[in-house]
Design a protein around this ligand. Structure first.
Ligand SMILES: [Zn+2]
Length: 172
């Protein structure tokens, strides 16, 4: 299957499915979305495979939050973006494209084409405040709901929420 080929479910789908701008590494950032006025998602811990972080950055204010799935604050997100938030921005750029991420967050990187680095840099330069982490539970439960699709029987009708899976093979 060549690049750009449509799998059977994409061809037969009546729902509009946006292909990821570039394939993502799901192991590191299994869930990323632009929703509720935030870039938010779930980022795996680099050191503990049993732990994930729920990270978010608000549009416009860039107020950020990062905590574990057990609601412990992230030690790296005290005065600045932690590595989880940086990973989240990088993955969002792969998923949605840098233009769209910059537009959603209302970031204007200084010059040229936006990149994950320039978006993160422009937001950091504004010295954003720590935001409230109350949305973390909601983000995490949305992530778990998406995981629940793994348990479903195979069907031929479109499941647009499945689009975050990488298009590695065609569905027979
Ligand atoms: Zn963090």
């Amino acid at each position: 299957m060549g690049v750009g080929a449509l799998s059977v479910w994409e061809k037969s789908s009546t729902a509009r499915v946006t292909a990821p701008a570039r394939p993502r590494k799901l192991a590191k950032v299994p869930f990323v979305e632009l929703a509720d006025g935030r870039l938010q998602g779930v980022v795996s811990s680099g050191s503990d495979i049993g732990r994930v972080y729920v990270s978010s950055v608000a549009a416009r204010t860039y107020a950020f939050a990062c905590s574990t799935n057990n609601n412990r604050p992230c030690g790296g997100a005290r005065g600045m973006f932690c590595k989880h938030i940086q990973a989240l921005v990088a993955e969002a750029v792969l998923q949605y494209g840098a233009e769209r991420v910059a537009r959603y967050l209302a970031v204007e990187p200084p010059d040229g084409e936006p990149t994950a680095q320039s978006i993160t840099g422009a937001m950091s330069a504004e010295r954003p405040e720590k935001g409230d982490a109350s949305a973390a539970a909601q983000v995490f439960s949305r992530f778990l709901r998406q995981l629940a699709y793994l348990e479903r029987e195979p069907v031929t009708t479109p499941l647009p929420e499945m689009q975050w899976f990488p298009p590695t093979r065609a569905v027979a």
